[in-house]
Write a protein that binds this ligand. Sequence first.
Ligand code: FE2
Length: 165
Amino acid sequence: METPQERLLRYLDDAHAAEVGIEDMLRGAIARVNNVQAKTAFQQHLAVTQNQAQRLEQRLLSLGGKTSGGKGILNTIMGKVSEVLNAGHDEFDKTTQDIIKGYSTEHLEIGMYTSLKAYAEQLGDTETVALAVRAIAEEQEAADALLPLISETAKAAILGASTPA
Ligand SMILES: [Fe+2]
């Protein structure tokens, strides 16, 4: 059975795997979306996500762990979501669906970091708590930026027009 500390390392590794997977998802979305604001929001969050992955790796290393390169549960969930959402009919649908996917992912991450924060609090690991608190705020900011874009791109579809990328 894993020790409480080993469990923490596993959670940090899972979070790292999630961020690395999300980097790929964001790159795909940046290439696909036909809305300038969505592209910008995804580009900004890609930089944040890369930074988050680095912070998680540094935390793992300083606790004597390392990244495993595993897939992580969040990526498995998002893979299933993508299978459904990538059935978009045209570029308008695909753009809206990429934003919905991004918005959903941010909330999965908020849940993941909320869990990490609570567990680290139980261990008295204030550095990991601080890492989680910062990440929650960053994911919330990204989600807040994406939410109004869902309505905007959904409307663009009915008009048959969209902000050129
Ligand atoms: Fe993230």
